[in-house]
Design a protein around this ligand. Structure first.
Ligand code: SF4
Length: 420
């Protein structure tokens, strides 16, 4: 039986006709989608857009996260971040190259195909440290792709080495990096960035680094951190900026909406949201609207460490064709309160995808098929329950978030007043 018309948001009808004709959506369309509560219609349209591009295939990567340092010169600037530490702060760490290689050795017992390497903006770690790391990882694990350094890390290295960002990117590529992660793109709006990440890259600077990467044949990924202080207008403008660069270069592989987590950071404390997260409704809507607006980006990924494996599984029917992978030891979001497991096994991922009626496909960093799972029998290669062990696989949360010294969170205070 058809759904009674009163449950369908009539404002979505013209958008539905456009999606059915595969027409590009406008800024107004995007805003209408974000402002609608008709999640099922939005999801159905996003599913149609995804099916046209990717059919029933849902890919995932067997990946391991490496975070060489959590020391960051913007620790007191990015008020949404729970990962960074000042050099002498409790919990600050900087790995030697041997420690990074030892941590990466967990890949030997796993089917790892990708190292995902991001960290803080350390005031002293040189470009050579990273290049040696990439070369060393490649020598030890020649079949594992290296996805490394966000745009803000690239710009930081360029600044301290007095090089251009293009020179840093070329050196990274020569040392074995095959793609860039999409992090560091909170919301491009200058007002929002001034509130939550003053002094970090502007949206235009973030896009410029990715444009340069694409120009030298280094594909990248793009993100949007949502669920903090941004407006719906800012969300859509952010997506349109990503779409604009993709029209120009075609270098983005996937779009990943990232759900803000408020624990152990100043923004969460100032907003009084510690212990909460985004809602499942918003998580699914962000996936779906991203799929509909970003008509030129091939893939949309759901990040289960942030939204839970079950929301990620449901997202596969809301326009999403990529389930974030095994993610061996994700640290950045778990420091911000993500209550999800530290990794998922092949069995769990394949099971989630199959149970959603989709076809699992393991991919590499460049979205090439590594293997399919027609003959996969659950239980044949379960990950060890305990996962990797040792001091580097341990998370110690920051103390209660607070401004440094006498700082009273001035930027956040204005926003909180505005919200009340
Ligand atoms: S978000 Fe990145 S740049 Fe900002 S404080 Fe955290 S680690 Fe540093």
């Amino acid at each position: 039986m058809l759904m009674p018309a009163k449950h369908i948001d009539n404002a979505l009808s013209p958008i539905a006709r456009k999606v059915e004709r595969a027409e590009r959506l406008t800024r107004e369309d995007g805003l209408t989608l974000f402002n609608s509560s008709d999640l099922l219609t939005i999801g159905r349209l996003a599913d149609l857009a995804n099916q046209r591009k990717n059919g029933d295939r849902v890919c995932f990567a067997a990946n391991q996260h490496l975070n060489p340092t959590n020391v960051c010169i913007l620790r007191n600037t990015c008020v949404f971040c729970s990962f960074a530490r000042m050099p002498n702060e409790d919990g600050a760490y900087t790995r030697s190259l041997d420690e990074v290689f030892a941590e990466a050795d967990a890949a030997r017992d796993n089917p790892t195909r990708e190292f995902h390497i991001v960290g803080g903006l350390h005031p002293k770690l040189s470009l050579d440290y990273y290049l040696e790391m990439f070369r060393g990882l490649k020598a030890r694990h020649p079949d594992v792709h290296i996805k490394a350094l966000t745009a803000v890390e690239v710009a930081h290295l360029a600044r301290i080495e007095k090089l251009s960002t293009a020179e840093v990117l070329r050196a990274m590529q020569d040392a074995g990096v095959t793609s860039l992660p999409g992090g560091g793109a909170e919301v491009f709006s200058p007002a929002t960035r001034a509130t939550i990440a003053d002094r970090k890259l502007t949206g235009d600077e973030w896009l410029a680094v990715h444009r340069e990467a694409h120009q030298i044949g280094l594909p990248s990924n793009c993100t949007m951190l949502y669920g903090h202080v941004e407006t719906m207008e800012e969300r859509i403008d952010h997506l349109l900026a990503l779409r604009g660069l993709q029209d120009e270069t075609g270098g983005f592989l996937t779009y990943i909406p990232l759900a803000y987590h408020p624990d152990h950071n100043e923004l969460g404390e100032a907003l009084g949201r510690t212990g909460t997260a985004t809602t499942g409704f918003d998580d699914l809507k962000n996936i779906a609207v991203g799929r509909l607006v970003l008509d030129n980006i091939p893939h949309v990924k759901t990040h289960w460490p942030m939204v839970t494996p079950f929301i990620s599984q449901v997202a596969l029917g809301f326009g999403c064709d990529d389930l974030e992978g095994t993610v061996v030891f994700e640290r950045v979001y778990h420091e911000a309160g993500a209550g999800t497991p530290m990794w998922l096994s092949y069995d769990e991922i394949v099971g989630l995808i199959r149970a959603a009626g989709k076809t699992p496909v393991e991919r590499d960093s460049l979205y090439r098929t590594v293997r399919t799972f027609e003959d996969w029998v659950p239980g044949q290669r379960a990950a060890p329950k305990e996962g990797p062990e040792g001091p580097t696989f341990h998370i110690e949360h920051r103390g209660q978030a607070r401004g440094k010294g006498k700082r009273q969170l001035p930027v956040v205070a204005g926003v909180v007043e505005g919200l009340e």
